[in-house]
Ligand binder design. Structure first.
Ligand code: UD1
Ligand code: CA
Length: 476
């Protein structure tokens, strides 16, 4: 039997996601815009964008920015999301009004809050699915909170009814309404056409004299448009970071979940309450993280590593089987497998430590390439240096890389032995297999396989001390 011709192809509704991120964040008492405050090691807004781009392509995500727009733009530019400028911030309803043109070619817009970072892509999908299945004009996500203070409350059309009559903001609640625990998450799905047909009806009759998007519930409902609510299964997903206390609470939740995830994947974290691990960190199985460790940014740590206490590792790559002894600071560095770092080593950006190399007590490195199996174990500064394989750097060695104006490079080839307390004045090269005597100041290149001594010859004056002592006695 031939299939019937369909006049209205049942295509999926074109969906956009708008993220309201233009507000100032007065309650944070900060000079920084609210959505750039960090939880789990990245800005609030970055979390929301990460969830949104899992649901629709980045170009269909519209971040509505306004307060300190340039700074916010710089932070989100790499995500490829579209931006809408809300020059004056006259409320959440006004934020959507400014996005009218950008959103006009879509069927459905999902609205998220840039300050509510715990939202997941599956909840956004659930909200969209519910909205489409109910053919609603507006669908709100709600949650039951033990402490609903500060949130808008949901007035349903009746007990157990999906339909919503209105959302009432905290400072307009009657005594009876204050008892309602079902709150407005601040995440909505709208059918684009009825939203913009009616958005001009928003007024500013509220204590803040703002255009509240929440009033759309009552406006649409009065016009017999379908306004429904769906409750989230995880109430914590709706938490917003309006105050410092709320930000810290959200941060803790993100980090606790992160550590649980790592442990489930085979990582041991001792005393997890004392460790700070950012959301984007990756760690391999059988790695152990000791108490009071911080692992930040996009750091990747391999498997079978041990990160001992009081180390702070940021934006770095650590290979398998690496031991980081206590008290290390590792920033923007790369450490190959089986290397041993610390205690008290500072690896600054651009440091690359080769396989099986050792960098030890009180060693500072910057822009260093240290070859496979090389050792710099004690009290040393290695800056702008390229060091080959199997090199031994003696205690107290210093690469003098800075002449007060420019930085210069030190090259130390494979198999070199640098005696203790050497100073290598860059630019300088020590050839393969050469020796540099202890306490030498090396200002010229050292050819391969040679010995360089750059220090004053020792003088011995026999009996000098004894005669000085006896001269002192006779003069008294
Ligand atoms: C809002 C809801 C409240 C809900 C709560 C959930 C309103 C009026 N109230 O309150 O019902 O329970 O979220 O977290 O919407 N923003 C703009 N432009 C503006 C104003 C705000 O982009 O002109 C942005 C803010 O940056 C923020 C978001 O919109 O990311 C929400 O604004 P906020 O002031 O935090 O609203 P709440 O008081 O939390
Ligand atoms: Ca908020």
């Amino acid at each position: 039997m031939p299939t019937a011709k369909v006049n209205h192809p049942n295509r999926a509704p074109r969906t956009a996601i708008a993220i309201m991120a233009a507000g100032k964040g007065t309650r944070l008492k900060s000079k920084h815009p609210k959505v750039l405050h960090e939880v789990g090691g990245k800005p609030l807004l970055a979390h929301v964008i990460a969830a949104a781009v899992k649901v629709v392509p980045a170009k269909d995500v519209f971040a509505i920015i306004g307060h300190e727009a340039d700074r916010v733009r710089d932070v989100v530019a790499h995500t490829g999301v579209s931006l809408v400028l809300q020059k004056e911030q006259r409320g959440t309803g006004h934020a959507l009004m400014t996005a009218r043109e950008a959103l006009s070619s879509y069927d459905v817009v999902i609205v998220l809050s840039g300050d509510a970072p715990l939202i997941t892509s599956s909840t956004i999908e659930k909200l969209r699915g519910f909205h489409v299945s109910r053919k609603a004009a507006m669908t709100l996500l709600t949650a039951q909170l033990d402490n609903p203070t500060g949130y808008g409350r949901i007035i349903r059309k009746g007990a157990k009814k999906e339909e919503v009559q209105a959302i009432v903001e905290q400072n307009s609640l009657s005594a009876a309404q204050k008892k309602i625990r079902e709150v407005n998450a601040g995440f909505y799905a709208f059918a684009v056409a009825p939203l913009f047909r009616n958005i001009e009806k928003l007024g500013t009759n509220n204590p803040h004299r703002e255009l509240y998007l929440t009033d759309m519930a009552e406006i649409l409902s009065k016009r017999k448009e379908r306004v429904v609510a769906v409750e989230t299964s995880d109430a914590y997903e709706v938490l917003g970071g309006n105050t410092r206390a709320e930000l810290v609470d959200i941060d803790q939740r993100i980090r606790t979940a992160k550590i649980q995830q790592l442990m489930a994947a085979g990582v041991t974290v001792f005393y997890p309450q004392t460790c700070i691990i950012d959301s984007d960190v990756e760690i391999g199985a059988d790695t152990t993280i000791e108490p009071f460790v911080q692992i930040l940014g996009a750091t990747r740590i391999g498997s079978d590593c041990r990160i001992r206490s009081y180390s702070v590792i940021s934006s770095s790559q650590i290979g398998d089987g690496v031991l980081v002894r206590p008290g290390c600071v590792i920033d923007g560095a790369r450490v190959e497998k089986s290397a041993v770092i610390g205690p008290y080593t500072h690896l600054r950006p651009g440091s690359e430590i080769g396989e099986g190399a050792h960098v030890g007590n009180f060693v500072e490195a910057k822009n260093l390439r240290l070859g496979k199996g090389s050792k710099a174990n004690h009290l040393t500064y290695l800056g702008d240096a390229e060091i080959g394989e199997g090199v031994n750097i003696g205690a107290g060695t210093i690469t003098c890389n800075y002449d007060g104006v420019n930085k210069h490079k030190t090259v130390i080839e494979d198999g070199v032995f640098i005696g203790s307390d050497a100073t290598l004045v860059a630019p300088v090269r020590v050839g393969k297999g050469a020796y540099v005597g202890a306490a030498s100041c090396i200002t010229d290149d050292v050819p391969a396989d040679s010995l360089a001594l750059g220090r004053a010859r020792q003088i011995v004056k026999q009996g000098w001390a004894k005669s000085k002592r006896s001269a002192g006695k006779t003069s008294q």
